[in-house]
Ligand binder design. Structure first.
Ligand code: NDP
Length: 480
């Protein structure tokens, strides 16, 4: 049984209150470790450390800052196997996914923002024959980064890397459900020479430490990724302090599949977009709208593929589908499946919990589930479920497809599958989402703005958007 510790002022330390919470392995349903149940006292230690570290970190030459971030990226790469194993145990995701996507991307985040900080430029505005303005973008100070459980190290570093690159000191909290890789990151930062106090990692619940980080007056900006409800609570909590706030929230992403698409590649990519990471990626497609003339053919092919996707121990190298992250989350998805049945939905495949044998007998496994015959206003088509449960609906024409896709409180990402260029542009323009992928899914360029509209968030991350978020903007006007 492993006991994790907070990372404050460059070293690991137990929570001041000596309280811990259990860490579960979703594939076995068993407790396998303990994590600090941190509170305001731990935060005070972290704030003091960050305040001490800030002047030197913000003044450090950009090349030196970049150099340290590159070394952190290298440390992540050097520990690929260890981190991937930790992620698969903590989260239940297939180890092959952690090795090929999660951990390499965490390293890329640091590499990307190491370069971004040395390339980041600001604007100048000349006034004819009288003055020149230039914009300073300065570090904010101490910032808070709070991340969810679905892509633990990937999203944790997606926030921390730009925050550090911009010259801030960071207080970060990973999800209590998946703390292990964030814990391991502390040691990697130590070895990379990150000065003590620049990054402080506190473990614990949203209630006991997450909300305390958000409320602290010395934490000047919050970058949060998680559920829409939590995002709303944080927004109202920090409103009176006028903190900078970036919110990356839930999604209910439509996929629009037209008869003129490349059938085989669309099928493969839509399948991946539906069930990758057990459907627990904010960008996963969960509402499939399929043109009538190809509906039956596409449905049959999708069902065949879903039936062949068997949940397995995520630690097996050939596992393609792992465990649902927690018992609570499994029960939430099962409840949504029941709701779908009661609303008249037809279960095309899946819908049942799976009991594996051996070490995974008590794990949280669920069959990939496809459902049709639900109205667009059914709860399962409107609420984020965040699991391997996908609905299918036919449409007759472009207008109807667009109306159905936009009929949602969420606006994170959409995919469009067509070979009609005019239609592709039209949909790109008309969809109410922050991201539109045409004939692809999750094809990421870290320079691009990332985030959602409506209840899917506020602000954008990625590239210069992130560097701007993590800096304070000041205009300087010089008359001559
Ligand atoms: P939650 O909103 O429950 O939690 C996210 C993080 O916030 C966790 O670290 C959590 O801690 C913490 N937290 C909870 N309550 C508070 C609070 N009052 N103040 C401060 N922090 C708090 O989300 P999940 O972890 O369940 O993640 C799944 C959600 O994340 C889905 O809705 C998904 O769509 C969304 N998401 C969005 C992405 C995007 O880019 N738009 C990307 C990935 C996921 P604790 O673990 O203790 O609850």
């Amino acid at each position: 049984m492993e006991t994790l510790a907070n990372f404050i002022n460059g070293k690991y330390c137990p929570p001041v209150n000596q309280r811990y919470i259990d860490n579960m392995e979703p594939a076995t349903g068993l407790v396998y470790g303990q994590i600090p149940n941190s509170d305001a006292d731990d935060l005070e230690l972290a704030i003091t450390a960050a305040e001490m570290a800030l002047p030197a970190w913000r003044e450090l030459a950009l090349e030196q800052r970049a150099d340290i971030l590159v070394k952190i990226a290298q440390g992540i790469e050097d520990n690929l196997d260890k981190l991937a194993l930790a992620e698969a145990i903590d989260n239940g995701k297939p180890i092959s996914l952690a090795k090929s996507i999660d951990i390499p991307r965490a390293a890329s985040n640091f590499k990307f923002f190491a370069h971004a900080c040395s390339q980041f430029a600001s604007e100048a505005h000349a006034m004819t024959n009288s003055a020149i303005n230039y914009t300073l973008r300065q570090p904010i100070g101490i910032v808070g980064c709070i991340s969810p459980w679905n892509l633990p190290l990937y999203l944790f570093t997606w926030k921390i890397a730009p925050a550090l690159a911009a010259g801030n000191c960071v207080i970060a909290k990973p999800s209590e459900v998946t703390p292990k890789t964030a814990y391991l990151l502390g040691e990697i930062c130590q070895q990379a020479g990150l000065p003590k106090g620049v990054l402080n990692i506190l473990h614990g619940t949203g209630k006991n430490i997450g909300s305390v980080i958000c409320a602290h007056p010395k934490v000047k900006a919050i970058s949060f990724t998680g559920g829409t409800k939590t995002g709303a609570a944080i927004a109202s909590q920090v409103a009176s302090q006028f903190k900078k706030l970036s919110l990356e929230l839930g999604g209910k992403n439509p996929a629009l599949i037209f008869a003129d698409c490349d059938f085989d590649s669309t099928l493969n990519e839509v399948f991946r977009a539906s069930f990758a990471n057990q459907g627990q990626i904010c960008l996963c497609s969960s509402r499939l709208y399929i043109e009538h003339s190809v509906y039956d053919k596409f449905k049959a092919a999708l069902v065949e593929k879903a039936k062949a996707l068997i949940p397995q121990d995520p630690l097996l190298e050939n596992s393609k589908m792992g465990a649902i992250v927690s018992l609570d989350h499994l029960n939430k998805i099962k409840h949504s499946i029941e709701q779908a049945k009661q609303a008249g939905g037809t279960i095309l495949c899946g819908g049942e919990q799976v009991q594996l044998t051996g070490r995974c007998t008590q794990g949280y496994f669920l069959q990939p589930t496809l459902i049709e015959n639900l109205a667009n206003d059914a709860l399962c088509n409107q609420e984020e479920i965040f699991g391997p449960m996908i609905t299918l609906q036919p449409f007759d024409n472009d207008k109807q497809a667009l109306t159905l896709a936009n009929d949602s409180q969420y606006g994170l990402a959409a995919t469009v599958w067509t070979n009609n260029l005019t239609r592709a542009h039209h949909f790109a323009e008309q969809l109410h989402t922050g991201i539109v992928w045409i004939n692809c899914w999750l094809l990421r360029d870290l320079r691009t703005p990332f985030g959602g509209m409506k209840h899917s968030g506020l602000g954008r991350e990625g590239g210069n958007e992130a560097m701007r978020f993590f800096t304070e903007t000041k205009n300087v006007c010089i008359k001559y």
